[in-house]
Design a protein around this ligand. Structure first.
Ligand SMILES: NC(=O)c1ccc[n+]([C@@H]2O[C@H](COP(=O)([O-])OP(=O)(O)OC[C@H]3O[C@@H](n4cnc5c(N)ncnc54)[C@H](O)[C@@H]3O)[C@@H](O)[C@H]2O)c1
Length: 436
């Protein structure tokens, strides 16, 4: 079985189904399509399927022409129908893994995708989970469901876990040149899954189990969350001590060993850092272990938007102004620089907290046109011009997009709260700027 599948993979005749064509699934589909594989992109969103079949990308790092080329060659066909799984040699699951209201893992998307695959599972098929999840998901949720039809994993079909490491907006590292971790349920599963990824990814690193592979991703993102939490707390401490935290970090970063700079900010966003560590702490809770670093970092990071609002209050106060009724212009709302992704963006919390205190909030962002607020009316983007800056009592830099002219922003603003040290190199108007 394994040899036959590897042969198809080698000859590029293997048919690949990618389930979930979002930030992770689309780049992966494009990478395999580029080298000649036929891809079926399966997604439950009718809108997404229509967009992709029209040759358009809705993911920042993938250009329209990347999708259009594959669609025109009929190498990428997207659908809401799962029946193409019947003929798929490889099925890759890239569905969301959010948290529910009580901050517990919501693996319902993985379960739904696995149920669909189980209807069509056949001999010689490889199934790989890429969604970030807690250790044990592949073994405990996926394998039993796929074996229900009577086929045996490792003999009849193969299952692996390979975490996606995509860093949206990163100009240097993409799907193809970022080393990929792979774990297999059995040795044969690992062998086939590793071979599969080696066709498009520069370096594939097998690990001893799917649990280890699941844990690698959680370590990576917990590492970031905890270090960001630490530096955010250092920023709070520096403020109390009257020390410039940015100067301290830059100086510490000159140490050529044993120190890696992380920077404070208005909070953490995106589909990974604010969510993934909770998958690990949730799993550990079931083993009666309390993941202290994760909870502490999550607590500090999630309170940073409140700190930003306090900075705005203080800055207005110094000008004898109240927050209630003040015009606040948020500059940059995406969760990080040069992308359009708003998921879990701290800007959303900052805006909500300012509105709760009676501020009249507008936002500028070249990558975002509208924000759907939970309890308040939608906010439409305001063009960033002198008039918008002059009208605002305070401008708050939340996302340091690289095409903003920060000297010009400061020149035309009354007060600037800078949560990213974006105004580091300005020459004039430093007295107007209040930093984290
Ligand atoms: N975005 C990132 O930077 C990133 C990086 C590494 C890992 N991840 C992980 O990858 C996974 C996917 O994240 P994403 O950012 O691509 O999410 P996304 O929301 O951009 O895309 C997920 C897609 O899956 C579709 N979908 C949902 N349920 C489905 C189902 N049952 N069948 C078919 N399609 C379904 C959605 O319509 C959506 O298009 C998550 O586990 C995430 O944690 C994300």
């Amino acid at each position: 079985m394994a040899m036959q599948l590897k042969n198809k993979i080698k000859k590029r005749t293997a048919h690949i189904a990618v389930i979930g064509m979002g930030y992770v699934g689309l780049p992966l589909a494009v990478e395999f399509g580029r080298v000649g594989y036929r891809i079926t992109g399966i997604d439950i969103s009718v809108k997404k399927v229509k967009t992709l079949n029209a040759g358009k990308s809705d993911v920042d790092d993938i250009k329209d022409y990347d999708v259009k080329e594959l669609v025109d060659l009929k190498r990428l066909i997207c659908t809401t129908d799962f029946s193409p799984l019947k003929k798929a040699d490889v099925a890759i699951i890239c569905v969301p893994t959010p948290l529910n209201k009580t901050k517990d893992p919501d693996v319902s998307y993985i379960i739904a995708a696995t149920s669909e695959i189980s209807k069509y599972i056949h001999k010689g098929q490889l199934v790989v989970l890429e969604s970030t999840t807690y250790p044990g998901t592949t073994d405990e949720l996926i394998v039993p469901k796929l074996e229900e039809a009577g086929l045996k994993v490792g003999q009849d079909f193969f299952v692996g876990f390979s975490p996606e490491r995509v860093d949206p907006g990163n100009p240097k590292y993409n799907t193809q040149n970022t080393p990929k971790i792979v774990g297999g349920v059995t040795a044969a599963c690992l062998d086939v899954a590793t071979y599969f990824y080696e066709q498009v990814i520069v370096r594939v690193l097998p690990v001893s189990s799917t649990r280890a592979a699941e844990m690698v991703k959680l370590l990576e993102n917990t590492f970031r969350s905890v270090n960001i939490g630490l530096v955010n707390e250092v920023a709070l401490m520096c403020q109390k001590l009257g020390i410039n935290v940015w100067e301290v970090i830059d100086a510490a970063a000159t140490k050529p060993f044993g120190f890696m700079p992380f920077y404070p900010g208005p909070g953490v966003g995106g589909h990974c850092i604010p969510l993934d560590p909770h998958y690990l702490s949730w799993k550990l809770k079931s083993l009666n272990y309390y993941a202290r670093f994760i909870e502490l970092a999550g607590d500090i990071n999630s309170h940073m938007p409140e700190h930003v609002v306090e900075l705005v209050l203080d800055a207005l106060n110094k000008h004898k102004l109240a927050i209630n009724g003040s015009n606040i212009l948020i500059i940059g709302v995406a969760y990080k620089r040069d992308i359009s992704d708003l998921r879990e963006s701290p800007a959303l919390d900052v805006i909500r907290l300012l509105q709760e205190r009676g501020a009249i909030v507008k936002f500028c962002d070249p990558h975002v046109s509208i924000i759907h607020m939970d309890d308040n009316p939608d906010l439409k983007v305001t063009p960033l011009n002198e008039q918008a800056l002059r009208k605002a009592n305070c401008a708050v830099i939340i996302t340091d997009h690289s095409n903003f002219n920060y000297q010009w922003i400061v020149d035309n603003s009354k007060i600037v709260v800078d949560t990213r040290n974006a105004t580091k190199n300005i020459i004039n108007g430093k007295e107007k700027v209040f930093k984290i």
